[in-house]
Design a protein around this ligand. Structure first.
Ligand SMILES: Cc1cc2nc3c(=O)[nH]c(=O)nc-3n(C[C@H](O)[C@H](O)[C@H](O)COP(=O)(O)O)c2cc1C
Length: 204
């Protein structure tokens, strides 16, 4: 391979983009901890069978102790409508404010979990049980199994398909919230037949 001078190093950073931005729901009623939300962008899918996710949370976050103690949380997907609330839940601590009340969000029980609340206004949420916590440095990595996924009724079509486009989901790109509106392709479209492309309304 020949040396390529077309790039400039900015050093070793967390430059991976785009990433999801979601609100995690947690609570610990046994210890009088009310439902709380923390926004995280360091989140991902790590296994399909069993379905598992990872979220990275700094030790100093109020939510860190709650999730560590109860071993459960919800992942609430962010729609454009929920974008402001998502930001708020990422700049205010549950130690000081009731984020559900401030953002006029509704805490609802999450199927499969005992205490962690979901956000009724979210387009969809995942119920997650913590399997392992790995100390990495600035953040602790919570590996969790997804025990249920719930999607708001309004996003199901008559045939039972899920209309994800209608969710108006939001992503996070280098410090900015971005709409994910334009569809550029579908899984495998680069090798799909003309017939499959036409059926899905796309051109080669
Ligand atoms: C867009 C965005 C992404 C964030 N991602 C993370 C993250 O991945 N991990 C983390 O520990 N904190 C993250 N934060 C910061 C926490 O959400 C923030 O410190 C929050 O106030 C903690 O709430 P708590 O003290 O109620 O737990 C993020 C904040 C924003 C705005």
């Amino acid at each position: 391979m020949e040396k390529n001078n077309n790039f400039r190093s900015i050093g070793a950073t967390t430059y991976l983009s785009p990433v999801p931005v979601v609100m995690l729901g947690c609570a610990d009623p046994e210890n009088n901890v009310k439902p709380n939300l923390i926004t995280v962008a360091w989140a991902g899918i790590v296994c399909s069978k069993p379905p598992m996710v990872s979220v990275s949370i700094r030790k100093e976050r109020y939510s860190h102790g709650i999730i560590r103690n109860t071993g459960e949380f919800t992942i609430n997907l962010t729609s454009q409508e929920l974008c402001r609330a998502t930001d708020f839940c990422g700049v205010k601590s549950g130690r000081d404010v009731d984020k559900f009340a401030e953002m006029k969000l509704t805490a609802i029980p999450a199927p499969g979990l005992s205490v962690a609340p979901a956000v009724a206004e979210a387009p969809a949420f995942l119920s997650c049980k913590v399997k392992e916590i790995i100390e990495l440095g600035s953040h602790d990595l919570f590996l969790a199994e997804v025990v249920d996924v719930n999607i708001a009724q309004q996003y199901f079509t008559e045939s039972g398909a899920i209309n994800e486009e209608a969710m108006d989901l939001v992503g996070f790109v280098h410090g900015k919230y971005r709409a994910m509106s334009d569809v550029l392709g579908f899984f495998g479209y680069s090798i799909a037949s003309d017939e499959a492309l036409e059926r899905r309304g796309m051109k080669r």
